[in-house]
Design a protein around this ligand. Sequence first.
Ligand code: ZZB
Length: 264
Amino acid sequence: QEYTALKLRVKEWPEAAKSKIQGKVPEGANVYFVPATLRPETMYGQTHCFVGPNITYGIYEVKKGQEYYFISERAARNMAYQSIFPEPFKWGQWTKVAELQGSDVIGTLVHAPLSAQKDGIRILPMESVKASKGTGVVTSVPSDSPDDYATMMDLVKKAEYYKIKKEWADVDILPIIETPSYGNLTAKFLVEKMKIMSPKDAKQLAEAKDLAYKEGFYQGKMIYGNFAGKSVEEAKPLVRQQLIDAGDAFAYAEPEGLVISRSG
Ligand code: ZZB
């Protein structure tokens, strides 16, 4: 699975995170939340970034004193075998400078490359984030991802329960892709049509995700951003390359489970 790993620079930490990184992450260094996405062409529509509140994350050194990534330990290990941590790290080596729970970083303000939310987006909790996939960090595009739409609606509705400020969750959803079957807010359309009431409706959400992927990829047309007018299929590699060239993203591969087969 070849992901695009996006670099979301921290602009402002909440108090819980500050106390845990103090003295560990050098003053003035940039820390990035690094979500892994299969849909780089949707990055214009990022409204939030999700972490699992009960997942343990680390902050890992990329360039001493300068650059650090907030990701799962498992992702750090994978990156160490893909030469993502540059010199002086050797193949298979990595350095963790701090450890935090997802719940510690709720409310962090980050800069999201290409997002129309120019002042930044908030880190918010998503119960269904899997520690065992990608980087454990998920960027939210509620226009085109049914999981993200359902989670955002729940966060807005139950802000108090989630211990977040309602205005962190309640932001405008930007139409970025148009499809013949689902209009220009694919995720909202599918969630409403399939009567998905909660981010816990895992089975229906998986089905909606499947439909959204297929329709978006084969029928979708960009209606926002640098490649407006192009098909999603054409725009996807172009947006990805643009992000990589700008230093805002890099390729990250998810190793499939190693299968050793023996016959005879
Ligand atoms: C932005 C985005 C925009 C995504 C979209 C999807 C869609 P898949 O398809 O199952 O292989 N994701 C990444 N890591 C995790 C994780 N650890 N736990 C839960 N979800 C995760 O999954 C790839 C997608 O699942 C990724 O691409 C990411 O969300 C999320 F408009 O990034 B995506 C129809 C989907 N649309």
